[in-house]
Write a protein that binds this ligand. Structure first.
Ligand code: CDP
Length: 683
């Protein structure tokens, strides 16, 4: 990557996973359900362009099938790419397989995830996040490096996985037509724990389905009975109470996995458990560990190590990251809150929001299954059997419940100009596609291209701005903030703010020290709003970090109730975004304390989220829809009433809240719209 970054280059990460006994590994491989059917699997894959493999978690799909194909030479001289929805799964699987193949990571086996690509010319099996493979496909839609793509965890139906289905199908077709490129057929294996097999098979031209028997142990189920409504909603509190009760009675070697919904509540549960466990000194101890997607690799790896001290129970507080893709040794007890943080999108009001929702029955079953991977286990559900019956049976694909602006940009980049007729496994609604096209037009990212000869179907093309936006793996609105900041002379500040926005929060919320933590936070509050507040925190953090004094940095974070781990990840994300800006030849400059420049840049990307104060409702009215919102109580503007604001995201709790808010001048929004010659919707 080009130089010039203000952050140190990401360190090569070597997971600190204990060395494994090779003969034990061999025995474990041979005991897996996939082992007995390896020849049939390889034969099926050789015979068909696409096959679907269904098997219980732990049957050996992710670790073994790529190895069987490699051993049988299915991939020829090209690579087997195995996609994972999550970074941590890609890394741990690659490590496990490298161990089994007795090689170093980065040689025959590697992984390619955000911040780190360990694949090399020698690599034949690459574990990659679906997002990274999609990024690769933007520049190489035929996926020329690969002869076999394995799309794993297909049941999760993440946005990237769904797009990859269509992208691989398209590459398969084009490679079979384009024989001049001398590319072998592109094979596809779609793997999943449980899923709607018929729909998958039909989409992949009646691909055969191969079922693998599971190997799991019984899990005893316990349901919450008479929780009153209020108590039932406080699932974090209920999880802790359940955990402490079980800690008294269950053997200390039975580790626990607690499913919560997000970074903030996980960090707070970890802290509370740590405090409580101090009272257990000398007796059975608790070692609480956080596990969620936005954490840095090293921190995530702690979940995979045994407890640090004897007579200690490991308790992992995780999001749905631990639902299917990960094998965490030692887990015998699962506590399931029944909740998950979900994106949901209402195309009509063009509102993309994050909210806590009930899991699907399929997710609840996967969660329970984590207790029975290595031995019989127990699952404590913090909801009743009746509640379970009311959950939807399957998780709704993400593509149906999020904004598809970035999908449209990516498809256009891959040369799919008629995005409306792309062969989606599950197409987004026409309304969602139209809203995405409209937003991208407002951002100046796309323009009309020619219409089909028969006049059917609208075709679009990326503008120069669109070419820049698609290079960033972030929401196009935030990418536009960076591009605008380059013109306005505040790219350094915008990079910091955009990187910080990749996390729910940078602050520690401490229920026991609420007054102290709000005092600490107040130091950073800014009349301009939350984005400037983020900048102030980062600047102070970076100032202390520069001294290379680890203790001083830790102390600073503690004093200011700032999460050090989150800040360190933000430093990495920032350097990654900065490297992309270097590649795109954007102009780097700092606006110092001329923060209007930063606010204008933010406005250039987030003007679609502009709101006016509405005194009659003591709230805000979105310019682009008839929705009314309030400023989130955690915002530093929650007590003021600026005339016009922009926000980054909506949060739905008891009501609709705008979070990460900045004060803007209404004229800025007007100027941008005049420049775009597009009007926002009238309310
Ligand atoms: O993909 P599937 O869930 O069917 O199974 P897998 O991920 O291939 O895991 C098969 C077995 O390999 C697990 O039951 C673990 O014993 C082991 N494994 C592991 O120890 N560490 C990993 N990172 C992945 C798998």
């Amino acid at each position: 990557m080009a130089g010039g970054s203000d952050a140190p280059p990401p360190k090569k990460f070597k997971p600190n996973i204990p060395a494994v006994d090779r003969s034990k590994l061999k025995k474990e491989r041979e005991a897996l359900p996939t082992w007995g059917v390896r020849q049939q699997l390889v034969d099926e894959i050789k015979q068909h362009k696409t096959i679907i493999v269904i098997g219980e978690t732990g049957s050996g799909k992710s670790t073994q099938i790529p190895q069987f194909c490699n051993e049988a030479g299915v991939n020829g001289k090209l690579i087997i790419g195995v996609t994972q929805p999550r970074r941590v799964a890609a890394v741990t699987l690659a490590n496990r397989v490298a161990n089994e193949m007795d090689c170093e990571i980065g040689t025959r086996v590697g992984y390619n995830v955000r911040f780190e690509n360990t694949t090399s010319a020698e690599t034949t099996i690459a574990y990659v996040t679906d997002g990274m493979l999609l990024r690769e496909a933007l520049h190489d839609p035929l996926l020329k490096r690969y002869s076999l793509v394995v799309i794993d965890e297909a049941h999760e139906r993440t946005l990237h996985t769904d797009i990859m289905f269509g992208v691989v199908k398209r590459a398969q077709k084009e490679r079979s037509l384009n024989t001049s490129a001398m590319l072998p057929q592109l094979k596809l294996v779609v793997m999943s724990a449980t899923m709607d097999v018929d729909a998958f098979s039909a989409y992949f031209d009646d691909a055969p389905v191969y079922f693998i028997e599971g190997r799991t142990y019984p899990v005893e189920m316990f349901y919450a009975s008479k929780l009153d409504q209020g108590a039932a909603q406080d699932y974090v509190y209920n999880s802790l109470v359940t955990l402490l009760q079980l800690h008294k009675t269950e053997p200390v070697n039975d580790d626990m996995l607690v499913f919560l919904t997000g970074q903030e509540e996980i960090e707070s549960a970890v802290r509370r458990t740590r405090e409580i466990s101090r009272n257990f000194d000398g007796k059975k101890r608790l070692e609480p560990i956080a596990l969620y997607a936005a954490m840095a690799h090293q921190a995530q790896m702690k979940a995979f190590l045994p407890a640090r001290q004897p007579n200690t129970r490991k308790v992992i507080f995780a999001t749905n990251i631990a639902e299917t893709s990960l094998t965490i040794p030692g887990i015998r007890i699962v506590i399931d809150s029944g909740k998950v943080k979900m994106r949901s999108y209402q195309a009509k009001s063009r509102i993309d929001l994050l909210r806590v929702a009930s899991v699907s029955q399929a997710q609840a079953c996967q969660r329970a299954g984590r207790a029975g991977r290595e031995a019989p286990g127990k699952c404590y559900r913090l909801y009743s059997e009746k509640d379970f019956d009311k959950f939807t049976s399957d998780t709704q694909p993400e593509i149906e419940r999020c904004s598809v602006s970035s999908v449209v940009l990516e498809l256009l980049r891959m040369g799919v100009s008629d995005v409306m007729s792309f062969d989606f496994m599950k197409a987004p609604s026409q309304e969602a596609l139209k809203a995405a096209i409209r937003e991208l037009r407002l951002l100046g990212a796309i323009e009309d291209a020619e219409t089909n000869e028969d006049g059917v179907g609208r075709h679009f093309a990326l503008t120069d701005v669109g070419q820049l936006l698609v290079a960033f793996p972030i929401d196009p609105k935030l990418a536009k903030v960076l591009v605008a900041a380059s013109d306005l002379g505040c790219l350094e500040e915008a990079l910091t703010v955009v990187a910080a926005l990749t996390h729910d929060t940078i602050f520690v919320t401490h229920s026991a020290k609420r007054a102290e933590s709000s005092n600490a936070r107040r130091k950073f509050e800014a009349p301009e709003g939350d984005h400037v507040m983020l900048l102030k925190v980062y600047r102070s953090f970076a100032h202390v970090k520069k001294t290379n004094d680890k203790k001083a940095l830790r102390d600073w974070c503690q004093e200011n109730f700032v999460q050090e781990r989150v800040m360190q990840t933000i430093v990495l994300v920032r350097s990654q975004l900065r490297a992309t800006c270097v590649q795109l030849k954007l102009t780097f400059s700092s606006c110092g304390n001329e923060l209007d420049k930063l606010r204008k840049a933010l406005c250039c990307g987030l003007f679609v989220n502009a709101c006016d104060y509405d005194p009659s409702a003591d709230g805000y009215k979105l310019l682009d829809s008839s929705l009314r919102v309030k400023i989130h109580p955690s915002s530093c503007l929650s007590r003021s009433k600026p005339t016009a604001i922009i926000f980054t995201q909506l949060i739905m709790t008891a009501q609709l809240y705008a979070s990460y808010v900045t004060v803007v001048d209404p004229d800025w929004v007007k100027d941008i719209l005049e420049g775009r010659k597009v009007q926002l919707f009238a309310s």
